[in-house]
Design a protein around this ligand. Structure first.
Ligand code: WT7
Length: 644
């Protein structure tokens, strides 16, 4: 997506925005002067510590960092109690909008009572500090309530996206050793009630998980089977529990959550985040990047809590900041394509945080749809999950932001916990398509393959030079994989897995992943994981998967498979394999296309050359294939693809 005008095109923020901004231009210098004192100051200012910390960072055993040593806090207390104590108990915390049109509002005092009830229930079930609880819920308030109830008890949650399969849920429950699963009967998607509870039953049916209790929220009213002695209704247990819960305070490094994400191998990684550092950087990004004004802003992050964006910018960020937010259960086109804009008008949203894939979809639907709604309450827009192409950026700026709202393109990862690279909207002009520069207190660089900086004009690899407060503390139960994945490529430097380049102003542009990780609609998928799933199907002998550029979803999953001798090369076979992956991993992983081919391009040592398959999938002339063991293979593949 090259766009020659973009690099010099900038948009200055409105004057009122600059005047009222939470942070000023000197912020960078202050942070650069001494990044540890900068973070210590931010943390003391933004977090309510029960006991102050001593040392800011312990980096004596890299890459295992500890932040805010000896400090004690409770993350849920920071999200709820402190706002009520400060006299803001009547402020709306959550405006929930269900897909069928039902809505619920929780003030901070009400949310505190709900979280206290859930914490009391979990405590009665034996959940205590150090335990893990799996959460498999749709985007309903109980998801946020459950996460905060765990945090209140010092137990770590492991949220599994409701769109993942029973098998994916099972392996995550086993890896995290969760004692309790919180789920719902079902959820609403495109007006239909789809079931969720049977996937939990399936996941637990093998008898190899440590789960003792399943708490079931009633959302759709579907019939569900309840297993005696294991399953309990949320409305029976939680609703009758006491709304008072005295919280304990935990060490700064107490685990807050595990969140599984795709890596370059088939096995998802359990990314571990802890409390004090995570909360500090999430809160700092709310202040500096989102310029949050808790008394007047209505914040809407459209991500599901099943992803890190939902953890940091639905559950923890807006609530710890004491802001009012919108939570929406459903899809953007139910019951009509103006649903998001209707919600913004209804609640007078001031900040919208969404993924480029959604913006591109709205562009496709046409600007006359948002034009029907009053979007004048908006003052700031955000983008996350994948590079935003300049054209989508400009459309977002003009059509949704009325040429008045700065756009913050925020680069970060499940691993980084919070924003790392993003413009500060009250400090600088924004630039379509660029995330611009690291936030104050964070040090990033773009290096060449050998680790030299600066990389050439064509770009290089993004690295992070210094530890940061919300950095992952490791991969659950796998310290070696943690070291190897992120810290072995360059010494004492975090390797993010993204390609990037700097323009003449020093601003950063992202070029996509440099490993076998795909980004489909802002969701991270592993080529290896999908290949393993395909190969597990009895039809399939061999499979290779690539992420091909796609105008709407950024990348699309395209699979090339060799099927067994007795299997027909037909559209039905391809469809069966697509459905298989959907069932095995989850609908988001379903390949857009499955091409049946007779050979795969391999080097003499047997390595599949995915680069060549990507050329085919993107309808390009196939690149240099001289290292192939058999150079005629690409012709055969192109022929079969042309036929299908
Ligand atoms: C990967 C992380 C960050 C929360 C959502 C995804 C890509 C993310 C941007 C952006 C270009 C981006 C990167 C990154 N990515 N945001 N603003 N510009 N690329 O979290 O699932 O952990 O994926 O998403 O490739 O490594 P994730």
């Amino acid at each position: 997506m090259t766009d020659s005008t973009a690099e010099s095109e900038t948009f200055a923020p409105p004057e009122e925005f600059v005047t009222a901004a939470n942070v000023k231009a000197d912020e960078y210098e202050r942070a650069d002067a001494d990044y540890l004192s900068f973070w210590a100051e931010q943390s003391r200012d933004l977090v309510d510590w029960k006991e102050d910390f001593g040392e800011t960072l312990d980096w004596t055993n890299p890459p295992f960092a500890k932040w805010f040593i000896g400090g004690k806090l409770n993350v849920a207390y920071n999200c709820l109690d402190r706002h009520v104590i400060a006299g803001n108990g009547d402020r709306v915390a959550i405006n929930f909008e269900g897909e069928p049109g039902d809505s619920r509002t929780f003030t901070y005092a009400e949310l505190l009572a709900e979280v206290s009830k859930a914490a009391n229930t979990l405590a009665d079930l034996g959940v205590k500090a150090g335990d893990r609880v799996a959460i498999y819920l749709p985007m309903i308030p109980e998801a946020i309530i459950s996460m905060l109830a765990c945090a209140r008890l010092g137990a770590a949650h492991s949220v599994v996206f409701g769109g993942f399969s029973a098998d994916a849920l099972r392996s995550r429950i086993i890896d995290a050793e969760a004692r309790v699963v919180i789920t719902a009967d079902g959820s609403y998607r495109r007006t239909k009630a789809t079931s969720l509870k049977p996937a939990v039953d399936d996941a637990l049916s093998h008898g190899d998980t440590p789960v003792e209790t399943v708490l079931v929220v009633r959302r759709t009213g579907q019939d569900v089977e309840m297993v005696d002695g294991r399953d309990q209704w949320w409305h029976e247990s939680v609703e009758t529990a006491s709304p008072e819960h005295e919280c304990e305070f935990f060490d700064s490094e107490n685990p807050l959550f595990i969140l599984y994400t795709s890596g370059t191998t088939g096995k998802p990684k359990g990314i571990l985040h802890t409390s004090g550092g995570y909360l500090t950087q999430v809160l700092y990004s709310m202040k500096a990047v989102f310029d949050i004004k808790p008394e007047s802003d209505v914040f809407w992050c459209t991500a599901d809590v099943g992803w890190v964006t939902g953890h940091s910018y639905v559950t923890y960020g807006p609530l710890a900041a004491g802001a009012t937010q919108i939570v929406y259960e459903g899809t953007p086109d139910t019951p009509h394509q103006g649903r998001w804009w209707e919600i913004i008008e209804k609640y007078k949203a001031t900040i919208l945080y969404a993924a480029p894939t959604a913006i591109r979809t709205f562009m496709k639907w046409g600007e006359e749809i948002p034009a029907k709604y009053d979007l004048s309450s908006l003052r700031l827009l955000g983008s996350v999950g994948e590079p935003i192409n300049p054209e989508a950026w400009r459309w977002y700026h003009r059509v949704i932001g009325g040429d008045r709202c700065p756009i913050v393109d925020t680069w970060w990862q499940t691993e980084t916990g919070a924003h790392m690279i993003a413009p500060l909207p009250g400090v600088m002009s924004t630039k379509p398509g660029s995330s611009q520069r690291a936030i104050p207190g964070v040090s990033v660089d773009v290096v060449d393959d050998a680790g030299n900086s600066p990389a050439g004009p064509e770009g290089g690899l993004l690295v992070i030079r210094q530890p940061w407060p919300s950095m992952l503390r490791g991969i659950w139960k796998d310290p070696e994989r943690f070291k190897e994945t992120y810290w072995s490529r360059f010494e004492n430097t975090y390797f993010a897995g993204d390609g990037a380049r700097r323009d003449e102003d020093g601003d950063i542009w992202f070029l996509g992943r440099v490993d076998d990780v795909m980004n489909v609609s802002g969701h991270r998928l592993s080529t290896t994981e999908i290949e393993s799933s395909l190969v597990a199907h009895p039809y399939v002998a061999e499979a290779a998967v690539v992420g091909a550029d796609d105008a709407t979803s950024g990348q699309a999953v395209v699979a090339f498979v060799i099927v067994g001798n007795n299997v027909e090369d037909s559209p039905e076979t391809s469809e069966e394999l697509r459905q298989h992956v959907g069932k095995d991993i989850g609908p988001i992983a379903k390949p857009k296309k499955v091409h049946i081919v007779s050979e795969l391009p391999k080097t003499r040592s047997g390595k599949i050359m995915r680069r060549l398959l990507k050329d085919v999938a993107e309808h390009r002339k196939v690149g240099d294939s001289s290292t192939l063991a058999d150079s005629s293979v690409m012709d055969l593949i192109e022929e079969s693809v042309a036929k299908s």
